[in-house]
Design a binder for this molecule. Structure first.
Ligand code: R5P
Length: 262
């Protein structure tokens, strides 16, 4: 692996622990102003020191994030769909490698939609992006999207999606946690991180989700709503970080959360 690629990956995955906690805040690219991300810069500002990286679009990056203090950036470069449209899988490359380089990103992220109407378009799009990104040593994060069909998140579908993303050359994959998640991990020759998904009932549920995913072999989390939609988002990111980088149990992370919450 080339030096630039290795260097970028070392910014994303902490060499000391081999793990990562990324803050996902790219939701607006198809959902618009989701709750608590109406002013993304304001919401995430206190959380940034505790994120190993942020995942977002170039529009929010340029307008809402201070370049002097930003954590490493995972730039979402696919889109072209919206929650109002016919089919969420109709996604393609929007932001090019030149802009990714200009923004000094640590990685670029592209969604694939296995089994969906535009599966082929997203797989070819991912492959083309990997071809370009490799030229410049930029890692590609493949996102195994499910669109509106959250029930798709099972071991069979996620193993299939992750394996295909790895076969096409993605360096890291973002997927969902599911029952028997270790089988999804085993099916992929490259590391997996998990999304949090829609906000869970309690913060403890989200801590448990992070803990279970790591225990099953994920190398980290790329979590959004379960952090910044919490009324105690700062306590939440610190508690998730405790699990990710300090191997804390759910009980210990919960104690930390309770001690920090307002
Ligand atoms: C979805 O495609 C986006 O990439 C989100 O960043 C992702 O779902 C992670 O955010 P959350 O933890 O809120 O699910």
């Amino acid at each position: 692996m080339d030096w630039g690629m290795k260097n970028r990956l070392s910014k994303l995955v902490r060499p000391q622990t081999g793990r990562s906690i990324w803050l996902a805040m790219d939701h607006g690219y198809f959902l618009g102003p989701v709750q608590r991300l109406e002013k993304p810069g304001v919401t995430v500002k206190p959380l940034l020191p505790y994120a190993d990286a942020i995942m977002l679009t170039r529009g929010v990056l340029r307008n809402c994030i201070d370049p002097d203090t930003s954590p490493p950036v995972i730039l979402r470069v696919s889109g072209g769909n919206s929650i109002q449209g016919d089919d969420l899988s109709n996604e393609t490359l929007l932001a090019g490698i030149n802009d990714a380089l200009r923004l000094n990103v640590a990685a670029v992220a592209f969604s694939i939609y296995i089994g969906a109407k535009y599966e082929h378009q997203t797989l070819v799009g991912l492959s083309n992006l990997i071809n370009q990104a490799q030229e410049y040593g930029i890692p590609v994060l493949a996102v195994t999207a499910v669109g509106k069909e959250l029930a798709k998140r099972d071991v069979k579908f996620l193993s299939l999606s992750c394996r295909i993303a790895a076969e096409l050359g993605a360096q890291i994959i973002k997927t969902y946690y599911c029952e028997d998640f270790q089988k999804v991990v085993e099916s992929s020759p490259v590391p997996l991180v998990i999304a949090g998904g829609p906000k869970l009932k309690t913060e403890t549920d989200a801590l448990q989700l992070a803990y279970d995913a790591l225990k099953s072999g994920a190398i980290g989390v790329d979590m959004g709503r379960n952090i910044w939609q919490s009324r105690n988002s700062l306590a939440m990111i610190k508690s998730i970080r405790h699990i990710v980088h300090e191997n804390a149990s759910v009980e210990d992370a919960k104690k930390l959360f309770e001690s920090l919450k307002k």
